[in-house]
Design a protein around this ligand. Structure first.
Ligand code: PRP
Length: 178
């Protein structure tokens, strides 16, 4: 079956080899920073699932994992502003060291909302790790603690990131040519 994305031009932005090296480097930094700590890694569904799976398997320290699903409303390409939690974490985070893992930070609205809501649950610490940081689109002052790649504006798919629910399975990251 053909999807809209099959008719669009796309070029590789980050190959699977480049991604692999960068994810392993991030995992080592995180493992150093969280040595001897009580780490819980929280992935934001859906996009983060591929990155998070690779990241935790390259870490050299133990962790627990959980997931949230956050939905934002508004037009698809601009953002949004109102964020709703549609699936919550299941493990209590009070007193724990929390690392939130996201596929992409764009306006920053989703992560700013989630980090604020997590703070009310009194974790010992909260940090954020994003695979891609689209800095030019930020509408909040939000900064991630760990960033895989900083990218310019543009539509990217693959490695968990979708276009209308297509292309999440691709092992490389592509820039859609519009
Ligand atoms: C993407 C991404 C972040 C959010 C970032 O999620 O995974 O959650 O958008 O945007 P922001 O910084 O402007 O708030 P999306 O809504 O596409 O859902 P998905 O993860 O299920 O693809």
């Amino acid at each position: 079956m053909k999807h809209a994305i099959d008719h669009m031009g796309k070029k590789i932005l980050f190959s699977r080899d480049v991604i692999d090296r960068q994810v392993k480097a991030l995992a080592l930094r995180i493992s150093e920073d969280y040595r001897e700590q009580d780490l819980i890694v929280i992935g934001v569904l859906k996009g983060a699932f591929v990155f998070m799976a690779d990241l935790i398997r390259s870490m050299t320290i133990p962790c627990q994992i959980d997931f949230v699903r956050l939905t934002s409303y508004g037009s698809a390409s601009t953002s949004r502003g109102e964020v709703t939690l549609t699936k919550d974490i299941e493990i209590p985070v009070e007193g724990r060291d929390v690392l939130v893992v996201e596929d992409i930070i764009d306006t920053g609205i989703t992560l700013a909302y989630f980090v604020e809501s997590l703070k009310r649950r009194n974790p010992r610490s909260i940090k954020v790790c994003v695979f891609l940081d689209k800095r030019s689109r930020r509408k909040t002052a939000f900064e991630a603690d760990y960033v895989g790649f900083t990218i310019d504006d543009g539509f990217v798919v693959g490695y968990g990131l979708d276009f209308d629910e297509q292309a999440r399975f691709l092992p490389d990251v592509y820039l859609i040519e519009t």
